[in-house]
Design a protein around this ligand. Structure first.
Ligand code: AP5
Length: 217
């Protein structure tokens, strides 16, 4: 099963992708996490990506698509994946369709997580992430047991450079899912819209129900 998670910055794509991955066994593929890993390692791609990320802009399609297609070719993505942060536009969606078609596969579900702008600003301002495993926390909504320490792996928590107020404003202006991308999946009959302002567990339940994987305990 191949799933794309759509939504504005801070909607909860990363948080929910991790939860869906744990519930379904599918691999979680985040282009944002991949770029941050390149930045951390100081690669050429990382330097290029950082120059866009620091301005709240999308990294050019050419390099983003090449990175994603390469990741899709790895064995853990052979039976399915949850895409978080990809695609961001119709060109990326078509490239993903082409890459999957070559493997005899297709996107099964496109899940759009909707959250109001005020809530997005509050979420991004209070977000902390693990340097080691990428787990996501929020200082009020979803705090770690020990401040600054990841519950999952004990790694150090940090605040992203692109969560500074001026970059957040730019991201909210430039990076909401465009109407033609939403329409691309709606026209195929695979788009579901989820209210992302519910508590974390309720959002997870709605997403699992949308993909037919909800099992009550
Ligand atoms: P990326 O890392 O993908 O950033 P994004 O899309 O802006 O999304 P975020 O990671 O900020 O938010 P999220 O929706 O994952 O929310 P989260 O779960 O963390 O991309 C970073 C950059 O890389 C981009 O700006 C771009 O430059 C580049 N890039 C990446 N992909 C690209 C592509 N395909 N093409 C080109 N460039 C690309 O949650 C946010 C906070 O809210 C957390 O603190 C969380 O604890 C809290 N929270 C979540 N859900 C709830 C809830 N239900 N209730 C209360 N709090 C909640």
């Amino acid at each position: 099963m191949y799933i794309v998670l759509l939504g504005p910055p801070g909607a909860g794509k990363g948080t929910q992708a991790q939860r869906l991955a744990e519930a379904t066994g599918l691999v979680h593929i985040s282009t944002g996490d991949m770029f941050r890993e390149h930045v951390r390692k100081g690669t050429e791609l990382g330097q290029l990506a950082k120059s866009y990320m620091d301005r709240g802009e999308l990294v050019p399609d050419e390099v983003t698509i090449a990175m994603l297609v390469e990741r899709l070719g790895q064995p853990d993505a052979a039976k399915g994946a949850i895409f978080d942060g990809f695609p961001r536009n119709v060109a990326q969606a078509k490239a993903l369709d082409d890459a999957l078609a070559k493997r005899g596969a297709a996107i099964d579900h496109a899940l759009l997580i909707e959250v109001s702008d005020d809530e997005l600003v509050a979420r991004l301002g209070g977000r902390w992430m693990c340097r080691q495993c990428g787990a996501v926390y929020h200082e009020r909504n979803d705090p770690p047991k020990t401040p600054g320490v990841c519950d999952r792996c004990g790694g150090e928590l940090y605040q992203r450079d692109d969560d500074k107020p001026d970059v957040v404003r730019a991201r909210l202006e430039k990076q909401k899912p465009p109407a033609d991308l939403i329409e691309y999946y709606r026209a195929r009959g695979i788009l579901r819209t989820i209210d992302g302002e519910q508590p974390l567990d309720a959002v997870t339940k709605a997403l699992l129900e949308a993909i037919g994987s909800w099992q009550s305990a």
